[in-house]
Ligand binder design. Structure first.
Ligand code: DC
Length: 233
């Protein structure tokens, strides 16, 4: 039915549910899904494992000098999900831990890290047919994306969702810890100099604080269908 593939950029705050909705849309329409946050998390994990993060302070010089040693990729799984690979090791589980979440903003403010990952993301979108979620996808990675969505929800709603997720995975944390992490990351993401989290002028805003997963999935699919219909005119 749809022969013209487009690029779909889904940006927004941490734990806004954007990854789940981006993944669901991609699988529904047969596009490739890329979680760009996972790439920043993988680089952060590498830095932590290599002693380049000390009490929340990242040794940016050494990390930048080592970028050539860090390969980040994705591997499709039988259940349709994609697992993140760090130098070919499956680190999907490990990169979601709170210790990584607590350091990832510091790593993602480093311009050379961003340049490298943005170039990789742009290469992944070369043949279109991609849904990518992150913070700067509609503004920096794919400023010409045909469909851009900016997802938001209150910090408390997002912290509660993230807390439930971690609890379900058996990860020990408190709601207060998670809320603190959400608020701190929002601040760093919004105020960093290099491509801060910002709604692209042509992005459509979705506040999903009071939406069910089904409601947001169908909202997104409707938007996609209307853009495709418009493109074919
Ligand atoms: O989406 P996430 O919470 O897994 O992202 C992890 C971190 O990576 C987030 O705190 C900010 C950073 N990030 C970024 O700077 N740019 C992106 N395109 C995606 C994520």
């Amino acid at each position: 039915m749809i022969d013209k593939k487009i690029i779909i950029a889904i940006d927004g705050y941490s734990s806004s549910g954007k990854s789940s909705m981006a993944r669901a849309l991609a699988s529904r329409i047969g596009y490739r899904y890329i979680d760009s946050g996972a790439m920043y998390r993988a680089v952060t994990l590498w830095a932590m494992r290599n002693g380049l993060v000390d009490a929340g302070v990242v040794d940016a010089d050494n990390l930048v000098a080592s970028l050539g040693d860090i390969a980040v990729d994705f591997m499709p799984m039988p259940d349709g999900r994609q697992h993140t690979l760090l130098n070919r090791e499956d680190v999907e589980e490990e990169i979601r831990r709170l210790e990584v979440s607590n350091n990832v903003s510091q790593v993602s403010v480093i311009p050379a890290v961003r340049h490298r990952l943005v170039a990789l993301q742009q290469a992944m979108g070369k043949s279109k047919g991609i849904v990518m979620d992150g913070r700067d996808i509609g503004t920096t990675v794919f400023p010409f994306a045909e469909m851009k969505v900016f997802v938001t929800a209150s910090p408390e709603t997002r912290a509660q969702r993230r807390y439930e997720e971690l609890k379900a995975k058996g990860v020990k944390s408190t709601y207060e810890e998670v809320l603190d992490n959400v608020v701190t990351r929002d601040h760093i993401d919004e105020t960093r100099e290099e491509s801060p989290l910002r709604k692209a002028d042509d992005a459509v805003v979705l506040d999903n604080s009071y939406m069910t997963v089904e409601e947001q999935d169908s909202w997104l699919l409707n938007l996609f269908n209307s853009i495709i219909a418009g493109n074919e005119d």
